[in-house]
Design a protein around this ligand. Sequence first.
Ligand code: GLC
Length: 574
Amino acid sequence: MHSLKWWQTTVFYQIYPRSFADGNGDGIGDFAGMIDRLDYLRDLGVGALWLSPHYPSPNADCGYDISDYTGVAPEYGTLDDFRRFLEGAHARGMRVLLDLVLNHTSEDHPWFRESRSSRNNPKRDWYIWRDPAPDGGPPNNWYSAFGGSAWTFDEATGQYYYHFFFKEQPDLNWRNPDVKQAMWHAVRFWLDMGVDGFRLDAIDTIFEDPNLTPQQSKLSQIEMLRIWRENRPPEETKELWEQFALMFRHQVQQPGLHELMKELRALVDEYPGDRVLIGEGDDIAYYGNGHDELHLVFNFPLMRTNRLTPAWIRANQAERLAALPPGAWPCNTLGNHDVGRMWTAYGDGVHDAALARLHVTMLLTLKGTPVLYNGEEIGMTDLLLERFDQLRDNQAVNLYDAAVNDGIPADEAMRMAAKISRDRCRTPIQWANAPNAGFSPAGVTTWLPVNPNYAQGVNVAEQVGDPHSLLTFYRRLIAARQATPALLEGDYTPLHPNEERYLAFLRTTPEQRCLVALNFTAEPVTASFAPGEDSLLRTIFSTHPRPAGEENPAHLTLAPFEAYIGEILPERQG
Ligand code: GLC
């Protein structure tokens, strides 16, 4: 049949280890919990698991500040536990990808401890150290993406070090070949163990302008924050994004990046089994020529809206697919650990349940590899924290402090912080209608509060056997997708390009042609999708009951918010 690789046809699923399943009852997810849930993941039908960082970390950035690249965080288990997880996943036909944070380490990493210990330390140049400006201030006016200056002064040696993210996340100096060697050693460590690939964190930020050219944004960070507070839809904040891009211009996407990605690709390609690299970055350039850099690059632009409309999706696909180099494969997603949950982010507050089904059907039928985020399959929603001491995302803590300093009253600052806090999408997975949602035993304080809506049916145990639940819907949809070659490998052809009520497209291989028609309105719509006089439509999947047998594509009526997938059968002879 097809000649595609496993990572082109399977469904990826992101696990946030801290919140997935607590096996030892300490309020924190772990490998014991993940191992217990492998059957659940197999039954869901996903074929690859990407783990957010599982390495030892002081958790200034919830694991994205790594202090040992070849270890396992003690609260998650041991290396042997990890091996058991990997073997268990493989035994069930699932692959495992790790998160690889190249840009920075934790300030607690032994490399940084050595580096900061003296100006003459052999590892001094593993990080980015600069003398103070003549006035004693930071070397230039660059900002950290998480707020404040990108430079932190280190008393002991009288220099500043650079950090694109938190000050606890010093940037590695990737122009030093020893850094590369040390990191490639860690990469090989996991590949040798049998890991199937990596999601590459924050690749845009790996290099920075060595001349430290000052940034020239017209807005300061606090001014940006004020505009952001006005809560305008992303489509109306073009100027803000332009100034934002100017602000970080010399700190992202600098020369050297593509050579580095090529080198990493070559390393990964030495291993058998088609190991895979997925880039956290928008830029299509990370595909290289389609074969020499990253296998997959997230289509983040699709997500950057408050409302997924047919026009938005069509425009995104048109632009993205046209820009891909030959051989490059798309990768779509609607959620991850850094953004609001898709149920909340793209719901309208009235038809959320129907929209959740419509949106995931879109995600799983567009051309390319879909990536799901844990908890979406049961309809988990954002949880807005109410108290400052509940915040675990330091980005939200920084925002709160900045807002209070800017004169915002504390309770309003807390509401702002809760809304932007990445904690909102990182709460424990809701396994049952039981204390702590069955994530941890009763009486245990979980690392983030559990969303109380587990008691309203948003939990696995109650959905698993319910034919009408969202979880059952996900399972059926994934199974239908995996059994339909045109949905896996077919070309994408948009239909009815000016239609605002529904999104319709074909997925076509030489052997099979499928129609996907998604009604984005609360009204029924009837349309003609007949490619020829006498063609027929065989229903493959729908959110709604359909009459048995074949349909007439010349008069297809979609129920309100119906997501329909059908195979267009060859025209009848004579
Ligand atoms: C990526 C991660 C995010 C993290 C940042 C710094 O954007 O997804 O969670 O805070 O990189 O590592």
